[in-house]
Design a protein. Sequence first.
Length: 370
Amino acid sequence: MTAETTIVITETQENAPSRHVSGAVIARLRANLWIARAAGTAIVNFLIFVVVAFFLVKMIPGDPLVSASGGQLSGAALEAARDSYGLNDSWISQFGTYLHGLATFDLGSSIATGRPVADDMATRVPATIELVGSGLFFGALVSLALSYFVVTRPKNLIAGAVRSYARAAGAVPEYVIGIAFLFIFFATLHWVPAPSGRLDPLLMPPPQVTGFPILDALIAGDMPAASSYVAHLFLPVVVMVVAHSAILVKTLILSLDKEIDSPATRFRIASGAPRRTVLLGIYRRALPTAVAMLGMVFGLLLGGAVVLESLFGLGGLGQYAVDAVKASDVYALRSFLVVTAGLCLAAYFLTDIATGLLDPRRRSARKQEI
């Protein structure tokens, strides 16, 4: 063996570990490429909706300033107001200003209130997330409990009632349940506070730290305010759970019924596995489908918040949208659409990641969808 050959072999041996490390890094990046695809899809969908929201609001007939002022503005005053809001600019110029504002988190000023829309969103979005998040959390817990009861006691009368409830998913509108519950629990039984806001009018709101009312009250150590927030939020959350848990229960029952008869379950039973182990295995395999459904339920809850916040006077993002429509406030309405789309797409992205982690087979399915 020559000296040159020895040097080449030595260099090859020295470079082998680095090549092995590089190969492992590349393999890991390829394995996690599905996360980048999901994120890219969410970003593209959001950008598409940003464009759609601008032109959708622009196509609303009428002059927003005339509508917002009740016809009191006219002539020079109207033109001056239109100039101040940039409504006399061309559509292309307005679109450029709109995109620049989104990039710098400047959503413009509300025509109805004159306040920056971003400031309004900062106070209303956390309140709506608190409402929707509570509904989603307790809805998921109720769905898990009901589906467990159906699986473990399939011939029970209550299990049959739960299956009927699941089949009726979405049959009764949310506002109907809300009105019925207000009549029963507020007007008749007086078990819940009046639907006139999120806080008792005799109490002072705590200092805003996070924007989430209950959390801010707990941070401030204001237990009366925290209790009042919870009491005013209780019935709207119950309405959300009753209205939207059925679809989660239905999804879980279908997935569980499928997994109960699967070969994996039969093998575990035949091998003498404990009942608890068999049930955990069934739930583990059925869970990804239910988790994927959570993203859609989040969108339904967010849409339902528009009705519930107006019905219960909660003053969140949904009620803000209703007020914007009434006042023809195009800046507030456009921002509501963009923020709502962003929240929904973020929820869909998180559920995509969760289902991919729970069931790696869904990663390739996600790749084929993209």
